[in-house]
Design a protein around this ligand. Structure first.
Ligand code: FAD
Length: 586
């Protein structure tokens, strides 16, 4: 791979077959896969810097240092959320080669077979069917032992993993008494919390050991390290450069009558001169859930009346661009506990990581060892009278709820709601309860005619009352989990929200509205729909409706959210997109 740090360095005499706008999670995969053909020249244009010298991006436990670094993140904030007490939330997105895969929490979860079969059915993209997706994900994976070579028996199912692919995945864990307690729960409450041998086998409902995108050295594996850095010199990467527009080719000779969007305009910053180049074959937009709709809208692909407000000429009138944006919703929950707290000394941990690549910093958090996924039953109060909300889950293998422990600490996790008096000083087990399949939809819209201005980000948090009912039942599920007999002498009352609030639907609803935030697993803002559908942004072959020469490959094309964290889905769908694009040009 050849890197250029600014537009001035880009050679003027290279004709690229493919140009990719955004070198993030999806863009990195598709760039590297296309560059596997030595006859093709591929260019990636990425707004952020290289990941190579960013130490905190390598060390899983230093994730937050990258996320909160204003030079490596886009620092977005949502609009005030009217259904969540009007609060705003930070909406983090990586601005670094590898995108979010260079600064996320590394949790690697493929979703359920029901999610992918459903995605295939509603889009017509056969490659999304679970059986094909599983083969694709296995082929892309290089599963390894964790850096401390901890016992792995009964932690994973070797038959659902790949050992020769690009992305490193492993299952490190910290040693803590909670591990064995969690393993006892499936014996005591097997109906709601069965033991699942592998979090990534397609049937994830229950309690399983977590897996992470990192290698045998306890070092992050990302689309930048696993895909881009391992490519040959026919892959060029232009860093620190913004894509402002994709442009139609004038007097195109393309057989298609549709606008031929093989041009791309870019600049180092708002003051710098704009440059334009054209791809011989295709432009692929991979700017992520916010950057992608922003680039399309700036380029005149969007709702005509909304574009007119900013004086942008509409080339393709498509009202779906930037709409349907959705994210999972999480709330903080804390229980009183006598279990040992998980706080440690950062300097010591860093010294250990530097010396042996083991210890707490191998993990993105001190207690992310096991993940709990719950499928609410058909007669759950959320789906029964008086609420009778529809069930958003695509099938019995797809959980509605995630319960994920973060840490045990005497210091309350920062929360937006009121901390109950007396909580300080009590050890609390702190967890996230997440609604994985929200009905609520928001939008990404332009705020200005300048392509450099942050767009308006509205996740539409809790705009559907069903999402609140599901979160209520999620909190109650977490209460049932910690009421298992095995916790009788170690985990006690729910402290946040307090028990009297958790027991009342109305009080719990008010609490959820005050505490809920986006889980940063957004998707669907340039959603895939069947060919010929009157709505949606891309066709099943990832091409932008109403255009030629232009595709989108990133989380924005997801037709819904998976039952899990989103990066494995982005790796998987980007591999499928690469197969589709390669097949077209062979
Ligand atoms: C803090 C955080 C923690 C997370 N934790 C997890 C986790 O533990 N597990 C998990 O599975 N998922 C996690 N996620 C979500 C997951 O990382 C994302 O869903 C996924 O990586 C998104 O991939 P993408 O390709 O759609 O976008 P991105 O990876 O965001 O890629 C978009 C790229 O395009 C670039 N770009 C955007 N606009 C432009 C422009 N105009 N010009 C040039 N470049 C541009 C960006 O800089 C970025 O590099 C987390 C996300 C965040 C923010």
């Amino acid at each position: 791979v050849v890197f250029y740090d600014s537009p001035d360095q880009l050679p003027g005499d290279v004709e690229y077959d493919f140009i990719i706008a955004g070198g993030g999670n999806g863009g990195g995969v598709v760039a590297a896969r296309l560059a596997e053909n030595p006859k093709w020249k591929v260019l990636v244009i990425e707004a952020g810097p290289s990941n190579e010298d960013i130490f905190a991006s390598k060390v899983p436990g230093l994730e937050v240092q990258v996320v909160l670094n204003p030079l490596l993140d886009w620092n977005y904030t949502t609009t005030p959320q009217p259904n969540a007490d009007n609060h705003t939330a930070g909406y983090y997105r990586g601005k670094i080669l590898g995108g979010c895969s260079s600064h996320n929490g590394l949790g690697h979860t493929r979703g359920s077979r029901d999610d992918w079969d459903h995605f295939a059915e509603i889009t017509g993209q056969e490659g999304f069917k679970w059986d094909h997706m599983l083969r694709t994900m296995i082929a892309g994976e290089h599963y390894v032992n964790d850096s401390a070579n901890l016992p792995q028996h009964n932690h994973f199912d070797p038959s659902v993993h790949g050992y020769h692919g690009k992305l490193f995945v492993s299952a490190p864990y910290t040693i803590h008494p909670l591990n064995d307690l969690f393993l006892q729960v499936p014996k005591e409450l097997p109906d709601e919390f069965p033991f699942v041998l592998d979090v990534n086998g397609g049937t994830p409902v229950g309690i399983s050991w977590a897996q992470f995108s990192e290698d045998h050295q306890g070092t992050r594996s990302s689309s930048a390290t696993a895909y881009i850095e391992t490519s040959h010199d026919n892959l060029h990467v232009l860093l620190n450069t913004y894509v402002t527009h994709v442009l139609p080719v004038q007097n195109s000779t393309s057989a298609s009558k549709l606008p031929d969007f093989r041009g791309i305009e870019f600049a180092a910053d708002e003051q710098a001169p704009r440059k334009t180049i054209y791809a011989k074959k295709e432009i692929i937009v991979s700017g992520g859930i916010i950057g992608t709709p922003q680039i399309l809208l700036n380029s005149g692909i969007g709702n005509r009346s909304e574009l007119a407000v900013f004086g942008i000429e509409t080339i393709v009138d498509n009202p779906s661009v930037g709409k349907n944006f959705t994210d999972q919703v999480s709330v903080n929950v804390m229980f009183n506990t006598t279990l040992p707290n998980t706080e440690g000394d950062l300097d010591e941990a860093l010294a250990q990581w530097n010396k042996t690549h083991t210890g707490p910093l191998v993990m993105p958090g001190p207690l992310k060892n096991q993940i709990v996924w719950v499928h609410l039953s058909e007669d759950s109060p959320a789906f029964s009278a008086p609420y009778n909300y529809p069930d958003p889950s695509p099938g019995k293998n797809a959980p509605h709820i995630e319960v994920y422990t973060n840490q045990i600490s005497a210091t309350p996790f920062p929360v937006t709601g009121q901390i109950p008096p007396g909580l300080n000083g009590t050890n609390t087990v702190q967890l996230s309860v997440v609604n994985l399949h929200p009905f609520s939809r928001g939008s990404i819209t332009l705020s200005s005619s300048s392509p450099f201005a942050a767009p308006i980000i509205d996740p539409g948090l809790l705009s559907s009352p069903a999402d609140i009912a599901i979160l209520r039942e999620g909190i109650r599920s977490a209460q049932r989990l910690f009421s298992a007999p095995v916790f009788s002498s170690s985990v006690f009352d729910i402290l946040y929200p307090p028990a009297n609030i958790a027991s009342s639907d109305e009080a719990l609803e008010a609490h959820i509205r005050s505490d809920a935030g986006p889980y940063l697993h957004g998707g669907c803002s340039a959603m895939m729909t069947p060919k010929g559908a009157s709505w949606g942004v891309v066709d099943p072959d990832f091409s932008v409706k109403g255009t030629s020469g232009l595709r989108v490959v990133d989380a924005s094309v997801l037709p819904g959210l998976p039952s899990g964290h989103t990066q494995a889905s982005v790796y998987g769908l980007s591999e499928v997109a690469s197969q589709v694009i390669k097949a077209k040009w062979l």
